[in-house]
Design a protein around this ligand. Structure first.
Ligand SMILES: Nc1ncnc2c1ncn2[C@@H]1O[C@H](COP(=O)(O)OP(=O)(O)O)[C@@H](O)[C@H]1O
Ligand SMILES: [Mg+2]
Length: 219
């Protein structure tokens, strides 16, 4: 799996109509053996915005994005296909369907419809909450919801896992468990890009990048 961002820029329009550049001329590449990368940076520096571009959710950027050597472009169908087949994305706010069970939510992440249930149970097992499978997600704690979101992202065995502050709602012990899950996921061939404020999470990654001054820097 290779990911390459070349000269990528992203501007946003503030509520007062002012246009602000979050990043510009940003280069990023991920290739070779499965790798984990931490993206750190102040709140508001654009970490989530960058992950959304990588996830194929935001076509409104300048520059180029290549996945496995092919330009991703802005075609919605192509973006959806990329996301559906290759990318697991754990969003900062989990984005679960609140009126459905844990299992149903996780099954929504699995493109392999015929085996969705078995694979979803396996993912839930992996993050340690298989016993919650039939519980409605609106009855879960923040940490449990976070693990449902992680399980959902893993059911497809993605080529790359994008995780936005994936341990923000977890206690230290559960965080450690999830970091071990991420280590296993990487060993099984999936690269990981994680936006985090946690030094502990970052220290477990192969590379740490900082989003500062509208650029990604090594330190
Ligand atoms: N669609 C949008 N419209 C307007 N402002 C946005 C939009 N998305 C993000 N922002 C703003 O862009 C900045 C960066 O946001 P974000 O990418 O969420 O940063 P981070 O994840 O590093 O905290 C924030 O100031 C946020 O309010
Ligand atoms: Mg964020």
């Amino acid at each position: 799996m290779t990911i390459e961002l070349t000269s990528v820029g992203k501007s946003i329009t503030e509520a007062n109509g002012e246009v602000r550049e979050l990043f510009s001329d940003l280069d990023f590449s991920l290739s070779g053996v499965p790798t984990s990368v931490a993206i750190m940076g102040r709140s508001g520096s654009g970490k989530t915005s960058l992950l959304r571009i990588l996830a194929g959710l935001d076509p409104r950027y300048s520059g180029e994005y290549y996945f496995d050597g092919e330009e991703v472009g802005r075609d919605p169908l192509k973006l959806t296909r990329l996301r559906w087949n290759s990318i697991g994305y754990v969003t900062q706010h989990f984005d679960l369907l609140s009126d459905r069970s844990v299992l149903r939510n996780v099954m929504f992440g699995c493109p392999d419809r015929r085996n969705a249930k078995a694979r979803s149970l396996e993912s839930l097992e992996r993050v340690g909450i298989a016993y919650l499978a039939n519980k409605p997600v609106n009855r879960l704690s923040g940490g449990e919801s976070q693990r449902v979101a992680i399980a959902r992202a893993l059911t497809k065995h993605p080529r790359v896992l994008l995780a936005d502050e994936p341990t923000g709602a977890l206690d230290a012990e559960t965080e450690e468990h999830i970091l071990t899950v991420f280590d296993d996921v990487k060993s099984a061939g999936t690269s990981i890009v994680v936006a985090t404020h946690s030094d502990k999470v970052a220290a477990r990654c192969d590379r740490i990048l900082y989003l500062v001054d509208r650029q990604l820097r090594c330190d």
